[in-house]
Write a protein that binds this ligand. Sequence first.
Ligand SMILES: CC(C)(COP(=O)(O)OP(=O)(O)OC[C@H]1O[C@@H](n2cnc3c(N)ncnc32)[C@H](O)[C@@H]1OP(=O)(O)O)[C@@H](O)C(=O)NCCC(=O)NCCS
Length: 311
Amino acid sequence: MLPLDAVFMTIDRAAAGASSDVSVRAAADREARACRLLLPEMFDAHQAPELLVAVLHDAEAPDKSRLVGAAGIAPSYGPRRGSAFVHVTPSFRRRGVGRALIEAAVATCRGRSIVLHALRPVPEESQAAQFLAACGFEPVDRIVHFEVDGLPFYADMLAVRQRLESHRRIPPNARILRLSDADPDAVADLVCRSIETSRAYVRSRFRPDCANPYDMRNSVVLTVDGEVRGALIYNWSGGAPVIEVRAVDPSLRGSWANALMLEEATRNAKEGGALRFRFFASDKLKETLSLARRANAEQIRIELQYARPVK
Ligand SMILES: CC(C)(COP(=O)(O)OP(=O)(O)OC[C@H]1O[C@@H](n2cnc3c(N)ncnc32)[C@H](O)[C@@H]1OP(=O)(O)O)[C@@H](O)C(=O)NCCC(=O)NCCS
């Protein structure tokens, strides 16, 4: 942890004003509320992020220091991996404040994390992507977002399920539950074993008061003999369901499990009024890419996940 009064660097004195100085240090408790306003993404996860602030000091009026940027660091993306988000107030951008916050975040993670991820993937070619690249981050994953027409998509899922049923491929001890009826800890554990995320973050999305809650009623969980073995979880964005998690126990991958969950979850969404479906996947996930090809899905955007080694 950084000492509260650590001043990492002085940033572009001339630009900020002759008698001004910007320093980066760990946030004091009284600054947490301002950080929350600057970094709402960090607080979505309902995990307490470590906070750094960039503060503008006025040598002539020391009591008038102003917060001009903040960074949050959370322990996501698995063991020994941190994730960070930086926000600089618009009138203080392009003066090195963001870079100083990133360097301070990396320094904070030294000795306990080997990699610092950007909190979320960012659109290719975006200003955030350019900033991260300039600060020594490299793209480690490419996320492709798709959108597809609801009715033909569902009809295809139904046909696959009916074929599996007619060949008696779905075992009688398999059950589909609504996410709201499943054991939340067992679901969070399965999701964390399948994708790089933290248990706390997944659990936070179960809460209806979070910024982007999972659809607890219509997302589905697969159990076999009562054990959670799969989950297909979506949330709604812009009036369309966005399939966010498809997690299947390794022993059931490439079998009936995924098809069964897809049919049930898309039926629920269709009955909930969905006309279009969205889903996304890393371009390393060949199975989702072939689902997209098969469903004639439209590629709507590409995002890059950036990370930087902590040395
Ligand atoms: C991205 C953000 C944090 C950058 O803060 P900043 O203080 O302006 O960044 P810096 O001045 O330290 O910039 C460092 C380098 O990043 C790159 N960069 C920063 N902003 C950029 C922009 N808008 N377009 C292109 N490159 C940019 C430049 O290479 C810059 O170096 P230079 O000014 O010498 O050319 C700020 O614009 C912001 O708060 N945006 C909204 C939140 C966000 O997108 N966060 C990023 C995800 S972690």
